[in-house]
Design a protein around this ligand. Structure first.
Ligand SMILES: [Fe+2]
Ligand SMILES: [Fe+2]
Length: 220
C-alpha cells in the first residue's frame, strides 16, 4: 500500500482536486479543495489515533480523508460515488483489494444520502469532514454573498474549531468559538443541527458520545 505522501504526488489526483477547488469557488461554495482535503486528512488521522485504531487504519483514514471530495469537479450530486469509482481507477495497483474496498466505502459513504457505516474508517472520515467549519474555509470575499448563503454564513461565523477527546468518558467534543455579532448562537445551532447529527452518528459508531460546545455553552 502507498502512503498519503505518495498518494499526494499522483498528478491525476492533484488535477482533480485543483479543478474541484476552482469549480466549488465558482459555484460560491466553501473550500472543497486542497485546504479542506488536508484538514480532513489530518483530522481523520488524529481521530483514528486518539480512538486507538491501528497504524495502518490511521494511514487509510488520512488517505480517505484527503480524497473524499475530489470528484466535486464532475458534479456535486453523487460526487461521493464518482469519487469512490475514480479512486479505484486511479489507484487500483497501489492498494490491496481489502484496502481499496475500505477506501472506496469511506469515500462513498461520507455523503448524507449514503451515510451508513460498516467500518471505523468511514465513520472517522465523516467526523473529520462534518466538523470542518471555519472562517478560512470561506473563499468568497463579498460580504453580501457570504451573508446570503447559509453555508458561507455558518462557516464565516466560526473563529476557532477544536476537537477534544475524553477517552475515559468516551466523549468526542467539538469546541467552537463563534462570532455572535455575525450569527447568534441559537441561529447557529438551528442551522448546524443536521451536521451535528452526522457527527453524533459517526461518533456513536466508534463507541463514543458526541459533545458540542459553542462559546463555552454546552449544547450537546
Ligand atoms: Fe463531500
Ligand atoms: Fe468534505
Amino acid at each position: 500500500m502507498i502512503t498519503l505522501n505518495q498518494l499526494k504526488s499522483n498528478p491525476y489526483l492533484s488535477e482533480f482536486i485543483k479543478r474541484t477547488e476552482t469549480r466549488m469557488h465558482n459555484l460560491k461554495y466553501t473550500n472543497h479543495g486542497f485546504d479542506h482535503a488536508s484538514l480532513v486528512s489530518d483530522r481523520a488521522r488524529t481521530i483514528a489515533m486518539e480512538i486507538g485504531l491501528a497504524e495502518k487504519e490511521q494511514e487509510l483514514s488520512a488517505i480517505a480523508g484527503f480524497a473524499h471530495d475530489f470528484a466535486n469537479f464532475l458534479s456535486r450530486g453523487y460526487h461521493n460515488y464518482f469519487g469512490a469509482l475514480i479512486f479505484y481507477q486511479t489507484f487500483a495497483k497501489d492498494f490491496s483489494p481489502a484496502e481499496m474496498a475500505l477506501l472506496m466505502q469511506a469515500i462513498a459513504n461520507h455523503d448524507k444520502f449514503d451515510m451508513e457505516f460498516s467500518d471505523p474508517i468511514s465513520a472517522v472520515v465523516v467526523l473529520a469532514d462534518k466538523s470542518d467549519v471555519r472562517r478560512s474555509r470561506v473563499t468568497i470575499k463579498d460580504m453580501k454573498i457570504i451573508k446570503e448563503d447559509i453555508h458561507n454564513r455558518v462557516n464565516f461565523a466560526v473563529k476557532s474549531t477544536k476537537l477534544g477527546f475524553n477517552k475515559q468518558k468516551k466523549i468526542i467534543t467539538l469546541n467552537l468559538k463563534i462570532d455572535t455579532n455575525f450569527v447568534p448562537v441559537m441561529e447557529y445551532f438551528e442551522i448546524f443541527t443536521e451536521r451535528m447529527v452526522y457527527c453524533r452518528k459517526a461518533a456513536e459508531y466508534l463507541g463514543y458520545k458526541f459533545g458540542l460546545v459553542i462559546n463555552n455553552f454546552k449544547l450537546l
